[in-house]
Write a protein that binds this ligand. Structure first.
Ligand code: PLP
Length: 415
């Protein structure tokens, strides 16, 4: 019998909702794509989107911007990052995070992560004290939330301001508090592979009037900030409007039009992602050689991706596993590769951000397998993918290392 093969696409997204397409066409027809280009009495799609995003998250203020990476850099500038200043961040994250820190003139200081893929608080405290950093850019990488209450208490004690990178946690919560509502500022991405899709785009939220006023001027509002609705009053801008540089990164009305209906249907997407996740989790439970990450009860996750560990596996064994699952149509990413591959890279690859080795993170990333869960998958697809992974973990886990080495010479790893 030939082994079953998955034939779906790991990168195919759902279409934009009809309502979004119609709204986008209306913007194209009237031609006022720039957010400050409005007809008399008209409220821009971008301003309405911000109002709706503030309501969704419960934040006082929201700003829509050109990308998630832009939001991160804007947040750093808005909280007053100084040239060369250290910024704490997770050692397990994606390239836009250290990139945003470096681009804003900061210096990333990497913090170890735990087996459950969240920030290690003991190391955070050590790194904060050693570097004197007063900012933490917290990456909720792959949607794993750390104990947010404990983190806030620790950062208060250390005098560290939290900026949250919620690129993977739009719609998630810790003890019912939406992700992004614990830090001073939170940043989101609406890039195609995140939880709402406008191709490119992002948000910043905050309850702090000064920080938000600076973010709005930074984003390129010129002196048109009073056109914003989810924004502090004009009096807050008086003291900052001339001293804050314009670093253009606005959201436009076309993308805003596409996004507005998607905000309304976020809860439905969250439920569908989590159904896929639970199917994967059930299918991989008690697989010898494979460890699932623990999801705490306090965490409401949005599982747009799935991670598991292959503890103690050699690179050869992992390479054989990736080749075999790839041959059966299951596209997995590995964070242990010596060179960056596609979207996947590691803290020690980012040569512009010098780091010292982090043994705990190194061990975890060498064992960590990562997978997308697009909403175009059905629950049956997730069940089939889990069956294929389980079968190959069991087969490769028991195979002889020398046989796997021989096998490696005959196959090419998927990229
Ligand atoms: C995607 C992503 C970003 C940046 O978002 P863009 O909109 O692509 O700039 C930041 N952080 C993480 C963890 C991401 O995955």
């Amino acid at each position: 019998m030939t082994p079953e093969r998955f034939t779906g696409s790991f990168t195919q997204q759902e279409p934009i909702p009809e309502e979004g397409i119609e709204a986008a066409v209306a913007v194209l027809r009237h031609g006022r794509l720039h957010r400050y280009n409005t007809a008399p009495g008209e409220v821009a799609e971008a301003a309405l989107l911000e109002e709706e995003f503030a309501e969704l998250t419960g934040a006082k203020y929201a700003l829509a911007v050109a990308s998630g990476g832009y939001a991160l850099g804007c947040a750093l500038r808005a909280v007053g990052l100084k040239p060369g200043e250290p910024v704490l961040t997770n050692a397990f994250t994606l390239a836009p995070v250290p990139g945003a820190i470096a681009a804003a003139g900061g210096r990333p200081v990497f913090v170890e992560v735990t087996d459950n893929l969240v920030l290690d608080f003991v190391h955070l405290e050590q790194q904060a004290k050693a570097s004197g950093a007063r900012i933490l850019m917290l990456s909720h990488m792959r949607g794993h939330l750390c104990d947010m209450e404990a983190l806030v208490a620790l950062c208060d004690r250390l005098g560290v301001t939290i900026i949250e990178d919620c690129a993977h946690t739009m719609g998630a919560a810790w003890k019912g508090v939406p992700s992004g509502r614990h830090g001073l500022v939170a940043c989101y991405s609406t890039q195609t592979y995140k939880h709402a899709n406008s191709g490119e785009g992002g948000f910043l939220i905050s309850d702090d009037a000064q920080v938000m006023a600076r973010a709005i001027v930074l984003s390129g509002s010129y002196m048109l900030y009073s056109r914003h609705r989810a924004a502090p009053g004009p009096e807050v801008f008086e003291s900052i409007r001339l001293e804050t540089p314009n670093v253009s990164g606005r959201m436009d009305n076309l993308r805003a039009a596409i996004l507005r209906p998607q905000l309304r249907t976020l809860p439905d997407r969250v439920a569908r992602w989590n159904a896929l996740y639970r199917e994967m989790e059930a299918g991989l439970a008690n697989t010898h050689g494979l460890r699932l990450t623990h999801r705490p009860e306090e965490e409401t996750y949005v599982a747009s991706s799935f991670q598991f560990l292959l503890p103690g596996w050699s690179p050869t064994r992992i390479g054989a596993f990736l080749a075999r699952t790839g041959a059966r149509g299951v596209e997995l990413k590995w964070f242990g590769a010596p060179d960056p591959v596609a979207f996947t890279s590691r803290y020690d690859h980012w040569a512009y951000a010098p780091s010292t080795p982090l043994p705990q993170t190194d061990r975890i990333l060498a064992e960590l397998i990562d997978m997308r869960l697009p909403l175009t998958f059905s629950v049956e697809d997730a069940a089939q993918i889990a069956r294929i992974i389980r079968a190959e973990v069991l087969a490769v886990g028991q195979a002889d290392e020398a046989d796997l080495q021989a096998e490696a010479l005959n196959v090419k790893l998927p990229d």
